[in-house]
Design a protein around this ligand. Structure first.
Ligand SMILES: Nc1ncnc2c1ncn2[C@@H]1O[C@H](COP(=O)(O)OP(=O)(O)O)[C@@H](O)[C@H]1O
Ligand SMILES: [Mg+2]
Length: 213
């Protein structure tokens, strides 16, 4: 078995309000390079929270997130995010006043035309404002931007949630190639049975979560 790239070591997370609320308790999970994971679970089960901890956007309230065996707090969350991560959200988070190509350039040093080709965005669309694109096209641009960062890890939160089947299939193909051809660790939160079927491993979050209900 390949060495784990990312590991959640007894991770817990509680939102602290008037009453503290446990969302994740005692999570132990590992993720390897070159593998595509689908993370599933009902709405409210903590999937987005789990991704934000893996992304180093927030600190767990218990336990540790390990990257190559090292606590990411030791690395520093900012440096960890910058050097390791690419994120794809359901709302595409593209910059409205920039063109398609400019949005991908913001993602990192990768060649925007090559990346846009890979996600099936034709040359005629690349100089346009992203606002002129359909939802499916915008999501493909967001993925091209994520790929521009040459990251070890791609985290995606319901990336095909708003898309038709055909567009979903093309995005699944792109993410799978990232894992299998580039050796990227791809972790996709999803409700889609098609994404689950395409994944190398399906992680049902509630099975790992010892939160009291
Ligand atoms: N900022 C927040 N403050 C308090 N509770 C939150 C916050 N964000 C999410 N939650 C709660 O945490 C639980 C898990 O949320 P989330 O990780 O978004 O679940 P999922 O992505 O699986 O739908 C939900 O019950 C949600 O209401
Ligand atoms: Mg969510």
């Amino acid at each position: 078995m390949t060495e784990q790239l990312l590991r959640l070591d007894n991770v817990g997370y509680a939102y602290r309000g008037k009453r503290s609320r446990d969302v994740l308790v005692g999570i132990n999970m590992g993720f390897r390079a070159g593998t595509m994971y689908a993370v599933t679970g009902p709405s409210g089960s903590g999937k987005t929270t789990l991704l934000s901890l893996l992304a180093g956007l927030d600190d767990p309230t218990a336990g540790r997130v390990l990257h190559r065996g090292r606590d990411i707090r030791e690395t520093g969350l900012l440096a960890y995010r910058r050097d390791t991560m690419s994120l794809v959200f359901q709302s595409y988070n593209l910059i409205d006043y920039l063109t398609v190509r400019e949005n991908v350039l913001l993602g990192g040093p990768g060649d925007p035309d090559e990346l846009l080709e890979r996600v099936g965005i034709g040359a005629e669309l690349r100089g346009r404002s992203v606002l002129k694109l359909s939802g499916g096209q915008q999501q493909r641009v967001a993925i091209a931007r994520a790929l521009a960062g040459t990251s070890e890890v791609i985290l995606a939160d319901e990336p095909t949630g708003n898309l038709d089947e055909e567009t979903e299939a093309s995005i699944i193909e792109v993410l799978k190639r990232c894992a299998h051809e580039d050796g990227t660790c791809v972790i996709v939160v999803t409700h889609s049975s098609r994404v689950c079927a395409a994944a190398d491993e399906v992680v049902d979050l509630p099975k790992f979560n010892q939160v009291a209900n």
